[in-house]
Design a protein around this ligand. Structure first.
Ligand code: C2E
Ligand code: MG
Ligand code: MG
Length: 631
């Protein structure tokens, strides 16, 4: 029975009791007052009239008190109906799903958006419970928390994963509210929700993009650093070790420049794929930027374990990569840092692995190096040296030394090689091996090389004027300067400024610089050659020259690297290599020049084999120009 019917019955009962009481009491009072039947009848009529008046007044008062002024009821009902219609229209046109249950949790109403989002028709859900949509994504505690919050505050909102009719699980943002009746009892629950799977998806996509490299799909530096920090803190708690390997592709820049960025990108992708396949899922592999990759090896107790992994990686990089029909070969250099041996923090571990990588590159690439304490000192010195070098150039601390080159057959001096030195105010005379690689990294080498070239030309002009019988002065050009397209213009300018005859100048370029980027090298060498100077390939035998390419180069001389001369005349391997280089040079009509001759037997052996020129301590060390005659 509804509340209003009960109230009406209660009121009618009260009215009946009051009427009976009034009639009985009025009858008794009138009987007592009047004996005359006429007067009694009149009294009764007055009493009934009075009751009518009183009861009318009572009804009016209670009506006003309960329902407000007369006439407003009908207006109210009309407004209510209108409001209900509006609510229904809103319900149906809103994009949010709406679901209403009664106090027992049975669904009594759903809107159109509900059907669109869930895929259920109205008749499939009415009378059912919302648990029908459970996804299994949340445990019982989650739902208990919802009921508890609803009971305490009357409202809950949050993210909830439900299942569509098709079975798909999706996230909703839901607000549930308890509706109470006049007595304060919960009569209904209204849930309003929106499908937030699109937002979730873009959130996930954003998070993915922020933490992954789009080219290889591997974690990026940000995620790698994050993982490194986590791994280190886990390792610290469990008193375990871990290792960080930094990898850098050797001479990747020349692939990028020579074959284009599209192929360069493809190669990076292939390298990433091969590394992922090799390392599996237990290891974090990341592309840290450019051609640098990082590997985080958790639970690495011994150095040997990390070194084994480095060797395996080097081995797996050997097979060529198939990129758009091109078969590209590339080696990598690896630096290894260990925790807790070398580092206390993830940042330090990365820095150490970087120092080790630098060492691996310095050791001739295609290998790995472990971090050691002294590397930090080296790294420190590198930074200092880099900033000091500029000062050295500005304050004229650099010197040019000259080393004689002899004709092996006649024993006479025929030329000199200009070699740079740094007269450091505190460290004394610093050899180029300690600052040329740093100058190459910072780019300062281009200025240094041109400075040496100018000094050498000026000196040669002076010697010529003094009547010195020197056929050439050789100058070293670093790969960094060699890759600059305008190099020949700079050289031409120095020649013009110093008045040096181009025929007296020999430019030495290392084998690796020439072979790194064969197409650009070819153009560069031709331009230099057109100036009228001679070209030599320095440290020959240490790079991986393609004979076919070598033949096309406009080069007049091969300089046998001193590493092969050192073993002469006993070491069979060195003998074989030196013989091959000499034969090769002759077949291509090039001069052969051996470096690092320290003993007479070496010079003799080389002469026997057909080598024409020789340079080394046996003939004379590099010295300042003024001291050359004393030798
Ligand atoms: P390089 O051009 O192959 O020069 C020969 C190096 O071998 C010189 O070392 C020279 O002192 C050394 N040497 C000569 N004879 C002997 C010998 O009998 N025994 C031994 N053990 N060594 C000998 P240096 O002057 O220390 O130069 C090292 C390298 O530094 C050079 O190798 C060259 O690659 C580079 N370099 C020197 N000066 C310059 C420069 O002005 N510019 C550039 N870019 N690089 C330079
Ligand atoms: Mg040289
Ligand atoms: Mg050399």
């Amino acid at each position: 029975m509804s509340v209003s019917v009960r109230d009406a019955l209660r009121m009618a009962a009260r009215y009946l009791v009051l009427s009976i009481l009034w009639l009985v009491l009025a009858g008794q009072v009138l009987d007592h007052l009047f004996d005359d039947p006429q007067a009694l009848a009149l009294g009764n009529s007055v009493s009934v009239l009075l009751w009518l008046l009183v009861s009318t007044a009572l009804i009016y008062i209670s009506r006003v008190r309960l329902l407000g002024p007369i006439g407003s009821g009908t207006r109210l009902r009309r407004e209510d109906r209108q409001r209900l219609r509006m609510a229904e229209a809103v319900f149906d046109s809103t994009l949010e799903g709406v679901l209403v249950t009664d106090r027992d949790g049975l669904i009594v109403h759903v809107n159109r958006a509900f059907m669109r989002i869930t895929g259920y028709r109205e008749d499939e859900v009415l009378g059912q419970r919302p648990s029908k949509f459970k996804s299994g994504h949340h445990g019982p505690a989650f739902y208990q928390d919802i009921y508890a919050t609803l009971a305490a505050t009357g409202e809950w909102s949050g993210e909830i994963w439900n299942r569509r009719k098709r079975g798909e699980i999706y996230p909703q943002w839901q607000t549930i509210r308890a509706i109470r009746d006049e007595q304060g009892q919960v009569s209904h629950y209204v849930a309003v929700f929106s499908d937030i799977s699109a937002i979730k998806h873009s959130e996930q996509e954003l998070a993915y993009l922020a933490h992954h490299d789009p080219l290889t799909g591997l974690p990026n530096r940000l995620l790698f650093n994050d993982r490194a920090e986590q791994t280190l803190s886990v390792a610290q708690t469990h008193k375990q070790g871990c290792a960080l390997l930094l990898m850098d592709l050797d001479h990747f820049q020349s692939i990028n420049d020579g074959l284009g960025h599209t192929l360069g990108d493809q190669l990076l992708k292939r390298v990433g794929e091969r590394l992922s396949a090799l390392l599996g899922t237990g290891v974090t592999l990341a592309r840290l930027g450019g051609d640098e990759f990082g590997v985080l090896l958790e639970r690495c107790q011994q150095v040997g374990q990390a070194a084994d992994l480095a060797r395996t990686i080097l081995e797996h990089m050997k097979a060529p990569f198939d990129c758009d029909g091109h078969r590209l070969s590339i080696s990598v250099s690896i630096g290894i840092g260990l925790f807790p041996n070398d580092a206390r923090s993830a940042e330090q571990l990365l820095r150490n692995a970087d120092a080790a990588l630098y060492k691996a590159k310095g050791n001739g690439r295609a290998g790995y190096a472990l971090y050691t304490e002294e590397l930090t000192a080296h790294a420190q010195q590198r930074v200092e040296t880099a900033s000091e070098l500029r000062r050295a150039l500005e304050q004229a601390e650099l010197r040019v030394y000259f080393q004689p080159v002899h004709d092996l057959a006649s024993g006479t001096r025929v030329g000199v090689e200009a070699l740079v030195r740094w007269q450091h105010p505190e460290r004394g005379l610093v050899p180029p091996g300690e600052f040329v690689p740093i100058a190459e990294r910072t780019g300062l080498i281009a200025e240094i090389d041109l400075w040496v070239l100018r000094q050498a030309c000026q000196q040669m002009v002076r010697w010529q004027a003094e009547g010195q019988a020197l056929q050439f002065v050789a100058v070293n050009i670093s790969s960094r300067l060699f890759s600059q397209r305008g190099l020949y213009l700079d050289v031409a300018q120095v020649l013009a400024e110093t008045g040096m005859s181009p025929a007296l100048l020999e430019v030495e370029v290392t084998e690796s610089a020439v072979m790194d980027d064969p197409e650009i090298s070819l153009e560069q060498l031709h331009r230099l050659r057109e100036l009228g100077l001679r070209l030599a390939i320095d440290d020959f035998g240490t790079g991986y020259s393609s004979l076919l390419r070598l033949k096309r180069l406009p080069v007049q001389k091969l300089k046998i690297d001193q590493g092969f001369v050192a073993g002469l005349p006993e070491d069979d391997d060195d003998i074989a290599i030196v013989r091959v280089i000499i034969a090769l040079a002759r077949s291509m009509n090039m001069q052969v020049h051996a470096e690092g001759i320290e003993q007479a037997q070496q010079a003799e052996f080389l002469l026997e084999q057909g080598c024409e020129l020789g340079q080394g301590y046996w003939f004379g060390r590099p010295v300042p120009a003024a001291d050359l005659d004393g030798q």
